[in-house]
Design a protein. Structure first.
Length: 147
């Protein structure tokens, strides 16, 4: 499965829950329009993350981890390996999840602490969206009366 699709589907399931289909493939849990809107929203999150990541630094940190922890490990990658030919997927993931700034000590802390897997992030976002309107001010928007 392509990475983009896997991420979007994972995030979408976090928001709307497991999908239930009728026997002919129609979505039974919700109408198509909000389902498609949630899919678009999750794709937007992925695009923002992809732009926010410092990929060059990520590759450097992943390469450093790979050299420190398993330099003899070889990955079965496609023939177009590019710059990541000396980095495995595990090291890329760990470098992305590492919270420490600067040069992490991979020998002392080889794995990032995964503390947020059980957080129902979609419910938290839904609960706090009511505060969003008050924080967004646009130059072209006229202020509400009574302010």
């Amino acid at each position: 499965m392509p990475n983009r699709k896997a991420v979007v589907e994972s995030l979408r399931q976090d928001v709307i829950g497991p999908r239930h289909h009728y026997s002919f493939g129609e979505i039974a849990t919700m109408p198509f329009e909000p389902y498609d809107a949630v899919t678009d929203a999750m794709a937007a999150i992925l695009e923002r993350v992809a732009v926010a990541v410092d990929w060059q630094r990520l590759l450097v940190e992943a390469s450093w981890r790979h050299m420190r922890l398993h330099p003899d490990r070889t990955e079965k990658l496609p023939r177009h390996q590019g710059e990541a030919k000396n980095v495995c997927g595990e090291c890329l993931a760990e470098a992305l999840l590492q919270e420490n700034t600067g040069a992490p000590d991979w020998e002392r802390e080889p794995n990032a602490q995964i503390r947020h897997q059980a957080v129902d992030w979609a419910a938290i976002v839904a609960e706090t969206l009511e505060h969003r309107r008050g924080t967004i001010e646009h130059q072209y928007r006229t202020p509400h009366r009574g302010r």
